[in-house]
Design a protein. Structure first.
Length: 686
């Protein structure tokens, strides 16, 4: 029979679904681990937090500390991209138990403590033995026929010192022994050499996936390469895209996101505004992927680029140019096949079939996508299908792409994404996946748990104060924060929300301010900066969408909000509080139209207060209540708030202060600066 556990370890946090899924962190993050740790009787307990890279033998260790009611906490540092595992080891601590009891006996002037002192000395001597045993004696050279020579094992300095202290405890008075047991030196030595022979280790080991910084802090800019120059009647090519890239960079974006760049099918090609008939010269929908009829070096499928955009070499050049600007490319991975895709002819069994044997096109009633055939992930040949699609992602990763936005992942098996992401990250651990899943909450969560580092959200439709506070509290303050990072897009090529349709330019100012400050990851689809909001009547869709046509634009048209977006991104870059995800806190504003929240660093060296007018039609003014205690500011203390969007500065005092927000300046992004007195001169701030 296996020796039973001596200590109970339970309620470990973070631990997602009993270890089924890993928690997520960034390189350089600390992982805070807590657990309930206790044992029978009145013995003291010691606990150690242990962590290591997955696959390594040696553990890193750090002591855990009690935080009350048998709850313990510990902190470990994560320094490399990839999987780590962690656990807790706990044991009964006889030395700490002896100290606790002996202190009370001495304080109570209990007589006859000689035996107690001998027991304390014994625990110290046993620690010395463990220190001594850690020093291995070198094996002596042995000649044939010679007797083995006795080798004196080296003495560990800790062992020698512990024996000295044990001898003093044996002969000291109870009061002297009590004083010795409190020595900091002795405490350190006993902690260094504990008796862990009967320790309990928590299993199975929880895991944590560690990403690079851009998984949690990034600003995305999406544009169609064919519309890069804004020509209404002709498409652009990869080598025409740098003007759009440089404009996005000037606004402060660091991820350039391309919708699919692959060959577009001819059969059932859609025309302008999703017309079933495509007129000559209309470019088709990039999401109808595959054209084996074109002359493409890799067969005209997902491993090729559309010839009208250039060649694969041109794409490699563009990726290199974008990286040279300190940015990187995100590529859309859309698992759609046009009727002309090579898969249709080479692997017809990979597709859904009608009773008459024909392949079914995609539908989302009442919408029909006659130009797209969806794949059947549960077909008989599913293993080869999964392997092929995984290899597509690896193909583009080998061409320098390290970020993939995945189109409609919720319409494919969660297990498939676990396979694909795990396989890709085994070769390229720095790859980041964004889930474009506007779907049921549980599916969105499952996709994040299985490996997607970023996720689209319902932010697009959360407009009121109550909706925003409730939703973002769930995202950042519940267990979701351990595995789900929200990437906030106020618009997409598929979605033009009613708020933007009806709210005019102020709505675009408001939604960009919210997206840029509520989460450290956000993005916009091109045209947002121009406040484009012409919609198909009665629908949340763009009229004259560039999904179906070339899009003519003046990228510096009057009324654009590029200066506003630039200020937002500059503030994000310069303020570490906006790089963090779980530090979002909402505070009271005395108006139902004003959202007031803070982003503070733990060290309180970067303090931000954000107030946003949620009404795009009217000015609103009210008092807001700042969390001055959390910022280390006394109730009567004067401090400065510096609006990073307008440059204006105000002096505030106490927690309740006044804000005024118009439709043209609907947000304050305040950096809090405390007064510092130098010889009674209040002319500068920290």
């Amino acid at each position: 029979m296996q020796r039973p556990d001596t200590v109970v370890i339970e309620a470990v946090s973070p631990w997602i679904e009993a270890g089924r899924y890993p928690v997520k962190r960034l390189v350089g993050d600390d992982l805070a681990v807590e657990a309930d740790i206790f044992k029978d009787g009145h013995d003291e307990v010691a606990a150690m937090l242990k962590w290591r890279r997955l696959g390594q033998d040696a553990w890193h260790e750090t002591p855990m500390r009690p935080v009350g009611n048998d709850r313990w906490s510990g902190l470990c540092a994560l320094h490399e991209v990839g999987f780590y595992e962690y656990t807790i080891e706990a044991w009964g601590d006889p030395w700490a138990t002896w100290c606790h009891d002996f202190h009370k006996k001495v304080a109570a002037r209990v007589a006859g403590l000689e035996s107690d002192q001998l027991e304390g000395a014994l625990w110290i001597e046993r620690a010395a033995e463990r220190a001594e045993a850690s020093v291995a004696a070198p094996a002596p050279a042995k000649r044939r026929g010679a007797k083995a020579a006795r080798v004196q094992a080296p003495v560990h300095p800790d062992a020698a010192r512990l024996r000295e202290i044990a001898a003093r405890v044996r002969t000291a008075t109870p009061e002297e022994a009590d004083a010795i047991s409190r020595w900091t030196e002795l405490d350190g030595l006993m902690r260094a050499w504990p008796d862990r022979a009967h320790a309990t280790e928590f299993r199975p080991y929880p895991r944590v996936w560690v990403d690079r910084e851009r998984a949690r802090f990034a600003a995305w800019y999406e544009f169609f390469p064919r519309s890069a120059e804004g020509k209404p009647d002709a498409g652009s090519r990869f080598r025409d895209c740098l003007g759009r890239v440089d404009d996005a960079r000037a606004m402060g974006f660091d991820v350039i996101y391309f919708p699919p760049i692959h060959p577009i099918g001819i059969t059932n090609r859609k025309g302008r505004n999703n017309a079933v008939r495509c007129e000559p010269g209309e470019p088709g929908v990039p999401y109808a992927i595959g054209n084996r009829l074109q002359k493409c070096p890799n067969g005209g499928g997902h491993r090729d680029v559309a010839p009208e955009l250039g060649t694969l070499r041109d794409f490699d050049w563009l990726v290199k140019e974008i990286r040279a600007r300190g940015m990187e490319v995100a590529l859309d991975f859309a698992i759609n096949c046009s009727p002309d895709h090579p898969y249709v002819h080479e692997h017809p069994d990979w597709f859904h079939k009608r009773p008459d044997g024909t392949i079914k096109y995609a539908e989302n009633p009442p919408k029909k996508y006659e130009d797209v055939y969806p794949l059947n992930f549960h077909c008989r040949d599913w293993r080869n299908l999964w392997a092929e699609l995984t290899d597509v992602v690896l193909f583009w990763a080998r061409h320098g792409v390290r970020i993939f936005r995945v189109d409609n992942p919720h319409t494919k098996p969660v297990a498939f994404w676990g396979h694909l992401i795990g396989t890709v990250q085994a070769e390229f651990p720095d790859v980041i996946f964004l889930s474009e899943a506007f779907t049921r909450p549980k599916m969105m969560k499952a996709l994040a748990k299985v490996g997607f580092q970023q996720s689209y959200t319902y932010f697009t439709w959360r407009n009121t104060k109550q909706e925003l506070e409730e939703y973002f509290t769930e995202l950042t303050q519940t267990e979701m924060r351990e595995y789900f990072t929200a990437n906030l897009f106020p618009n997409t090529p598929d979605i033009l929300p009613h708020y933007l349709q009806t709210g005019g330019r102020p709505a675009f100012l408001i939604r960009s301010a919210l997206a840029a400050t509520l989460s450290p990851v956000y993005g916009i689809y091109s045209g947002f900066e121009l406040c484009e909001n012409a919609a198909v009547p009665g629908k949340e869709e763009y009229l004259d969408s560039e999904k179906y046509q070339f899009k003519g634009r003046d990228w510096n048209a009057p009324g654009n909000i590029k200066e506003w977006i630039t200020a937002l991104n500059r503030a994000r870059s310069e303020n570490r509080a906006l790089h963090e995800y779980t530090n979002l806190r909402f505070h009271h504003a005395e108006s139902e139209f004003v959202l007031f929240y803070s982003k503070l660093t733990a060290a309180r060296d970067n303090l931000l207060l954000i107030a946003v007018n949620l009404d795009p039609f009217r000015r609103h003014a009210c008092f807001v209540h700042a969390p001055i205690a959390e910022m280390g500011i006394a109730e009567g203390e004067t401090y400065q708030v510096h609006d990073l969007l307008s440059g204006e500065r105000y002096l505030w005092q106490g927690s309740r202060n006044y804000v005024e927000l118009t439709t043209e300046r609907p947000a304050h992004l305040f950096r809090v600066r405390r007064w510092v007195s130098r010889e009674r001169d209040f002319d500068y701030f920290l």
